[in-house]
Write a protein that binds this ligand. Structure first.
Ligand code: URA
Length: 245
């Protein structure tokens, strides 16, 4: 059971002060009865809450798979740029955030949720969650690069050492412009780009295809999203063992 004003504020109807005004004005009904006390307790998922006659259903957690397009920042708010959260039009929760960051020019799989425990279990370095990227690279990617990625690379700058864990590099096409798939278990800042810089090459295009058990739905075009299926969520949560809510 939660307070009616919290219920409405959680669902993005307005700030706590704004929703109190709606309630006091008699715009809200609970199970068909007008309710004017903001502190009224309601049962999420059981009581039927309506505002101006329109149902306001409650969601504790939301999980969206977004195909992040290039040109959008992985943040919740930004004074100048469009964010990945702005792209989720049907959201109910106002506390959604992206699980990890993709660079502004990177495309691909991004999980958007308000489930902090799940996010932690996917991002924690201790969990070694695989992230798989497809990339186009300027220059010829070689067997030697595959070995260097497998050994771990120093991606530090200005004399400071910063070693990566081993990465699994697969060459899909090699030539003046190469195509690769890379699986790493970390998420250091600009990691994929810096790993290729460490072997003297430049990433021209980068797309994340997979994070743990979650694969980008090929039916989603850049900018499109959908809710996770029950199975997708269950598989992701299996990775959470040992993390208490
Ligand atoms: N590595 C990068 O360099 N950029 C990303 O967006 C993700 C991984």
């Amino acid at each position: 059971m939660i307070r009616l004003d919290k219920y409405l504020a959680d669902m993005g109807i307005g700030t706590r002060q704004e929703v109190k005004k709606h309630i006091r004005k008699g715009q809200i009904t609970v199970n068909g009865e007008a309710v004017t006390a903001p502190e009224t307790k309601v049962c999420e998922g059981k009581d039927e809450v309506k505002m101006d006659g329109k149902p306001v259903s409650y969601a504790s957690y939301e999980y969206y798979m977004l195909h992040k397009p290039s040109g959008v920042v992985s943040a919740t708010e930004d004074p100048r740029e469009r964010t990945v959260i702005d792209l989720i039009r049907e959201k109910k929760r106002k506390d959604l955030f992206p699980v990890g960051r993709l660079d502004k020019d990177t495309e691909g799989l991004l999980l958007i949720t308000n489930d902090g425990v799940l996010a932690h279990s996917l991002l924690s370095p201790k969990k070694h969650v695989d992230k798989t990227y497809y990339a186009r690279i300027q220059g010829c990617v070689t067997r030697e690069d595959v070995e260097r990625f497998a050994a771990g690379l120093d991606i530090g700058s200005e004399g400071a050492k910063e070693r990566t864990r081993p990465g699994v590099l697969e060459i899909l096409k090699s030539g003046e412009e190469s195509e690769i798939r890379l699986t790493i278990q970390e998420g250091k800042y600009h990691q994929v780009k810096r790993m290729f810089e460490a072997v003297g090459k430049k990433v021209l295009y980068l797309k994340r295809e997979r994070m743990g058990t979650l694969c980008l739905d090929e039916g989603l075009k850049p900018g499109e999203y959908r809710s996770l299926t029950k199975k997708e969520l269950e598989y992701l949560q299996m990775n959470q063992k040992g993390v208490s809510r």
